[in-house]
Design a protein around this ligand. Structure first.
Ligand code: 13P
Length: 255
């Protein structure tokens, strides 16, 4: 297995039904799949758009669909939640877990995220596991230790077989939605460390695991970040909401 190059668009809580469909239709019309080549594209819309977008992309194997979160239980009295089994039942491909917005606003920690990950993997979906330090943690020089702890807590109980279905996204909180992108040196240093931690947990399988960078990736900074050997792609927020920007970022990785 070779390490996959991936560009994933996390729409967060944006786009109505019609707007979301229009964005995917525009991508389908305009994205040159020959230029995309080996790069894997993932679209992560809000829950109400998961099913129609999965259907729209049914005949486009190069583009997968991810949910932005799920509950750890398969079913039950959890008003407002959706389960991994439901996401699997509409043929979506993946679930983003542990995004910093989930950690901050919904108080999710790595032991809860690990439970969710179990549910996602049990349903034969991929996981995009997000980690990253706050501004305070970087300022005090604790960023490497913080991210390592997140990884070790969340991933400790998983097998090398599971690891084949886990994508890691490094998203420094201070770079998310701020326009302040990490430098290649900052991101590269962290990605190289993340790969070391993954090697410690999963051995050689870690070499096949994709590590994405997220946080203010834009068409004008993507190529430089993606050129680093340990940065296997990006998890894109704001720029994934505009088809031209998202396509430019995809092409920056495909080069
Ligand atoms: P921005 O690209 O808007 O900074 O968001 C990054 C992100 O949080 C993706 O999950």
């Amino acid at each position: 297995m070779v390490r996959k190059k991936i560009v994933a668009g996390n729409w967060k809580m944006n786009k109505s039904y019609d707007e979301g469909i229009a964005l995917v239709e525009q991508l389908l019309d305009e994205l040159d799949m020959d230029k995309v080549g080996e790069t894997h594209v993932i679209i992560s819309p809000p829950s109400v758009l998961l099913q129609p977008i999965t259907e729209l992309l049914m005949f486009t194997p190069g583009i997968a669909v991810a949910a932005q979160n799920c509950h750890q239980e398969e079913s039950g009295a959890y008003t407002g939640e959706i389960s991994a089994r439901m996401i699997k039942s509409i043929d979506a491909d993946a679930v983003i877990l542990g995004h910093s917005e989930r950690r901050e606003y919904f108080k999710e920690d790595d032991s809860l995220i690990a439970k969710k990950m179990k549910a996602v993997l049990a349903n034969e979906l991929m996981v995009i596991y997000c980690c990253g330090e706050s501004f305070e943690e970087r300022k005090t020089g604790n960023h490497i230790a913080v991210v390592e702890k997140q990884l070790r807590t969340a991933l400790a109980d998983f097998s090398t077989k599971d690891a084949e279905n886990i994508i890691v996204a490094y998203e420094p909180v201070w770079a998310i939605g701020t326009g302040e992108v990490a430098t290649v040196q900052q991101a590269g240093e962290m990605h190289t460390h993340i790969r070391k931690v993954l090697a410690d947990i999963f051995g050689d399988t870690s070499q096949n695991m994709s590590i994405l960078y997220g946080g203010s990736v834009k068409p004008d900074n993507a190529a430089e970040l993606f050129a680093h050997p340990d940065i296997d792609g990006g998890l894109i927020g704001g720029a994934s909401l505009k088809s031209n920007d998202f396509m430019s970022i995809i092409y920056a990785l495909s080069k």
